[in-house]
Design a protein around this ligand. Structure first.
Ligand code: FAD
Length: 275
């Protein structure tokens, strides 16, 4: 039986970026992804880019799932976005709250992703399969681990079908999250999000922003490699491949790769996993 993988891209901002992404996708399609998702900039810059990238992926014969974040949006703007996605043939959406740039206030007619999920179900019934975000290491703004778990459950109760996690490097956090969900009687698939390690500065910057913990031993090793990108890449491939093996053995229902619009690392990891 094949083990499902999905791939995440961000909308390119330039023609050159679009061409590079197209080339990366062509290589990654050899992995036969279940779907490719495309992020949605909450700040407004890449919202149309999401739809363009989704159209390009679907024209290549691969199912595509746009992300949709609700912060700062009105019901009407979400309604229009849903209509555009439906017209493009989209069947799956990753429904999120999103983050506003600092100083933007709160604004908009939605507070949490669970409000968006409920709205999409009320407006479009079961038309879309809905994925939502999960945080095995706890969302950085959560009041407590328990309230964050409840926030995930609220998204499922509002009508979401499954979860995709923020990336993490500690598989025990995922196992515990799944155990706790099970104890609450919530048995939906939650697919681990996997971030290939290709650059230490990029990883450290991202992880600080999204609250993903980089274990001390990984951080120290990356620091010790300095700008030796060959060693960082080799180390990163070993660490992330082992993480994926661990997750698969622990019963993860699939893997969702944050490709950063690059093919090589995801290809290499999946090759080593024989996926
Ligand atoms: P929510 O589930 O609404 O949670 C946000 C915070 O509110 C959490 O701290 C939660 O504990 C708390 N909370 C939720 N409900 C309640 C409640 N009822 N009472 C009290 N507290 C509550 N961002 C983008 O801008 N664009 C993207 O394309 C994008 N894609 C992503 C894909 C994945 C798989 C993941 C994991 C994240 C993605 N993000 C994206 C980041 C995400 O938007 C941020 O992490 C954001 O801060 C939270 O979004 P959410 O959907 O998890 O929000």
């Amino acid at each position: 039986m094949t083990f499902p993988i999905s791939l995440e891209f961000f909308p390119p901002k330039t023609d050159e970026g679009a061409e590079k992404l197209r080339a990366a996708r062509q290589k990654l399609y050899a992995l036969r992804p279940e779907f490719c998702s495309v992020t949605f900039g909450a700040g407004g810059s890449t919202q149309d880019g999401t739809l363009q990238a989704v159209r390009a992926i679907m024209a290549e014969g691969v199912p595509a799932a746009p992300h949709l974040s609700c912060i700062g949006q009105t019901r009407e703007s979400i309604r229009e976005r849903l209509a555009a996605y439906a017209a493009a043939g989209v069947q799956r959406i990753v429904a999120l709250r999103g983050d506003l740039p600092s100083g933007y206030g709160s604004g908009g007619e939605f507070r949490y992703a669970s409000d968006l999920v409920a709205f999409i179900r009320a407006e479009t019934g079961r038309q879309f399969q809905l994925e939502v975000a999960a945080y095995p290491e706890v969302h950085p703004q959560a009041k407590s681990p328990q309230s964050d778990l409840q926030a995930f459950v609220a998204k499922i109760e509002a009508g979401a079908d499954s979860g995709i996690t923020q990336y993490f490097f500690n598989p025990d956090a995922y196992a515990r999250f799944m155990d706790e969900l099970g104890r609450l009687g919530v048995r939906v698939p939650v697919v681990p999000g996997v971030m290939p390690i290709t650059s230490s500065t990029q990883l450290l910057r991202f992880s600080d922003a999204c609250g993903a913990e980089i274990p001390r031993w990984i951080r120290l090793r990356l620091q010790a490699y300095g700008d030796d990108s060959v060693s960082i890449r080799a180390f990163g491939l070993d660490v992330v491949t082992q993480l994926c093996e661990h997750l698969r053995a622990a019963g993860a229902p699939g893997l969702h790769f944050y490709t950063m619009n690059q093919a090589a690392a995801t290809q290499e990891i999946c090759g080593r996993l024989a996926l």
